[in-house]
Design a protein. Sequence first.
Lengths: 74, 385
Amino acid sequence: MVESAVILVHTTSHAVAAERVLRQAGLQVKLVPTPRHLSSDCGMAVRILAGEQSACQRALEVAGVLYDRMETIV
Amino acid sequence: MIYLDNAATSWPKPESVLEATSRCLRDVGASSGRSAHRWAQQAERIRLDAREAVAELFGVSDPMRVVFTLNATTAINIVLFGLLRAGDDVVTSDMEHNAVARPLHALAERGVSVSVVPCGLDGALDAGAVEQHLRPNTRLVVINHASNVCGTVQPVREIAARLRPRGIPMLVDAAQTGGCWPVDLATDGIDLLAFSGHKGLLGPTGVGGLAIADGFDVGFLPPLVYGGTGSRSDEEIQPDVLPDKYEAGTPNLVGLAGLAASVRYVLGRGVREIREHEQRVTRRLLNGLAEIPGLRVFGAGDHERQTAVVAFTTEACSVSDAASRLDEDFGILCRAGLHCAPHAHRTLGTFPHGAIRFSAGAFTTIGDAEHALKAVAHLAAMRHG
C-alpha cells in the first residue's frame, strides 16, 4: 500500500486553496474528510502522497497558503 | 425599457452570471464549509473562485483576506462596531450613505465621538480638511469612495497618504466604485474596503464583503456575528482565522457562484474599459441635461470626477412625480428621493425633497442616454413649453 499523508488546515477555504495550488504544481492531491484519529481545526483535509510532502510544503509556501501541519498515515 | 438604476443594483447581469447561478442551484446541492463530500468540495471551490476573483480585482495578495458578507452594509458594520469604543473618535464626511451614518449615530450614543468633515457643494472632500479633523484619539477614518447620490469620487489615495504616518486606518465604502472605478488596496493605501457584489461587480444581490489589506492586523477587530463556520467545531470560541472569523453561518453560495462569474467578467472586460464606457454615457447625460431648461444638476458635473451617477431636479414637477412619469410614460427606471443618504442631500442642497437620479452601468448605451434625455426634455417642457 502506498503511504499517504494528510495536510491539516484551519478552514475549508484553506483546504480547497491548497488543493488548487498542489494540483497546479502537478502533485497528487485529494480532498478528504479529516481522519477521526487526527485532531484538526477543520473537517476537510488534503490527502497527498507521503513521498511528496516536501514538494507540497514548498508549493504551499511559495503560494502563501497556510496550513496547520502534515501527518503521515497508513 | 431603459434601466437607469444601476447605483441601486446593476442590470442586466452578464450571461455567465445567469449560467453560474443556475448551475450552482442545479448541480451543487451542498453548503460550502460544512462537509467533505464531493458536492461540499465543489461548493467550497466555488467560494474560493469568488474569493480569488475579488482579491485580484482589489489588489489583495491573500484571497483569505476577502471576507464575504450579505452586503457592503454588513461589512461596514463589522468594522465600525468592531473597532470603535467609547472615547474613540471617528472621522467621516457629510456625503455618507446611511450604511455609514446610521451605525455611527448608534455608536455616538455609546460614547464614540464622530467628526464630520464638510464637503463642497459638488460633494467633493478635501484631503487636507480630513487631516485637520484628526485628533489624538482618532481611531478610524471612514469615507464613501463615491457618492451614491451624485457620483462624486473622493480622493482616497491622498487621504490615505495623510493617515499613514499617524497609523490611523481607513475604511472605504466602495459600494459605488467596485468594478467601475480603479480600486486597489495596495496602491491606494486602503486598509479596509467594504464592497457590494451586485452593483458594479455585476453579481446577484445578497453578496458583498470586506477586503482587508495584506498588512492590516485583524487581531483588534472582533467579529460582528458569531456562529458555525465548519472549523473548530469542538470549541465555543469563534475561530480567529481568516476568513472564518467573520463568516459565521451558511454562506450565500448561489450568490457567490454568480459573483465569481461576474468579477471574472469585469476582469476580462477590464475596469478601465468599463470606466471609459460609463464616462462616455455620463458625459452625454451631463451635456444633455445642461441643455434642458428648468433643470438643476447636482454634484461635480464632470464625467472625469464622478461615477455614472447623475442627480438633478426639474421645476416642472416633484422628483417623485418625475420618476413616476419617466417609468409609466417613457419606460425609464430611475430612483427619486433621498437615496438613503440624507446627509449627502443636505450637502448638495436637495434636502428634504431629494433629487432624480439616473445611474448608468456597464451595459447602458449612448442610445439609452439619448432616449432618457428626450424624456426629461419632454417632462421639463410641460411647464416651460
